[in-house]
Structures are given as C-alpha cells and as structure tokens.
Design a protein around this ligand. Structure first.
Ligand SMILES: N[C@@H](CCC(=O)N[C@@H](CS)C(=O)NCC(=O)O)C(=O)O
Length: 211
C-alpha cells in the first residue's frame, strides 16, 4: 500500500491535528518537512500552506479534508461519527474553530507573542491587547461547551477535539490565555486529559530549540 505522508512542520496546529487522526486510527505515516510558502509547498498547495497530504496519487490540502480522507479511507475508530447529527456537530465545531477561533486566538493573539514583527522581537502589546477580549470570550464559550461531557461532541473523542487540543496547547503556554485556561476547570482539565491521550502524546511537537 502507498505510504501516507503528512507534509508540513510538526509545530503547526493543523499538521498536529492530521497526525492525531493517523495515530488514532493506527495509520502508518511519514511527516515530511515542508515549510509554509516554500517552493515545495507552493507546488503542492495553491496558497503555499501546510499541511498537505500525499498518498500515492492522492494529494490533498485543508486539514479538514485531509482528516476526512484519513477517517473514511482507513479502518479503526470513526473520528467523524456516522450518526447524522453527531457528524454535523463535528463539522460545526471544526468550522467554527478554523474560521473564527483560530484567526483570533492563533493568528492575532498567539502570533502577537511568537511572530510579533517588532524591532526588538518583544511581544506586540497593541496586537495582543486588542485580541484579548475576543480570546477571553472564545475561551469562555469553549469552557461552557466542554462542561457537560469533557468533549466538544457527545461523549467520545472526535475530530472536533483533535482540532481543538493543539490550539489550546499553544494558548496554555502564553501568559494571558494560559491564566484563563488554568482558571477554568473545564478547559484546564480537558487539556490535561487530552494531552495524556496516546494519540496526542505520540504526536506532540518537539519543544523549540534553544538559540
Ligand atoms: N485552513 C487551512 C489552514 C492552514 C494554515 O493556515 N496553515 C498555516 C500553518 S498552521 C500556514 O501554512 N500558514 C502559512 C501561510 O498562511 O502563509 C487548514 O485547515 O489546513
């Protein structure tokens, strides 16, 4: 059978989600290094983004599409439930996180810390402070949604959780969002439990190298 490749870098939250899917379903895969906007990624993805999946003749981009392919193509636990409502709720959460929560919490807030673009490399306070009220509101929504079962959809781990956990992992490392997560038993407990999940632990990105 053709080798399945996830192309990107381990630190991308979207790459991590795809790797969690492979681990959950015990699909052998290779993580092939590909940097966003490199000539290699531009040849594979119309906007040069990561991740891209390659599996024989199949080349796919967009993490949601990649995860759907892995879920349907391989045996093992279903990460997108077949039940119509549960499946739709997974779609709902993946869409909401990717189109609304990631742009605020990752691209605006987290990037203000890790890719600030300031002259001395210090955090971009204006950008961070402008994003914080929305970050707080979004984390509160997630906390309320996780309170009942400890999962975004139903009682089991789904693609919705595989998509959210990498984002919370990175947010928890930052001072303001980290304090919000630590202060919320629903969010803090959810993150701790899921980081201990074998599929998540096995694919956790390596720590950044010290300069
Ligand atoms: N909607 C895309 C988002 C992918 C994405 O934004 N990936 C980031 C890395 S986490 C990236 O490639 N950024 C580089 C860029 O946008 O130029 C997906 O779900 O795959």
């Amino acid at each position: 059978m053709a080798e399945l490749e996830i192309i990107g870098v381990a630190r991308s939250n979207y790459v991590w989600t795809c790797r969690i899917l492979c681990e959950e379903k015990a699909v052998p895969y290779t993580l092939t290094r590909g940097f966003p906007q490199s000539p290699e990624m531009r040849a594979l993805h119309p906007f040069g983004k990561i991740p891209v999946l390659r599996h024989g003749e199949v080349v796919l981009y967009e993490s949601k599409a990649i995860c759907t392919y892995i879920d349907r193509r391989f045996p093992g636990p279903k990460l997108i439930p077949e039940d119509p409502l549960a499946g739709a709720l997974v779609e709902q959460w993946v869409s909401l996180v990717n189109t609304t929560i990631d742009p605020v919490c990752m691209r605006r807030y987290l990037y203000g810390h890790v890719f600030p673009g300031t002259a001395d490399g210090s955090p971009d306070r204006a950008r961070i402070d402008a994003a914080l009220p929305e970050v707080e509101g979004q984390l509160a929504l997630l906390a309320r949604s996780l309170e009942a079962t400890g999962h975004l959809v139903g009682e089991a781990f789904t693609l919705a959780d595989a998509n959210l956990v990498p984002i919370l992992y990175y947010l928890a490392k930052l001072p303001e969002a980290g304090a919000m997560i630590a202060a919320s038993p629903a969010l803090g407990g959810y993150l701790a439990r899921h980081l201990a999940r074998p599929s998540v632990a096995a694919s956790e990105p390596p720590p950044p190298r010290k300069a």
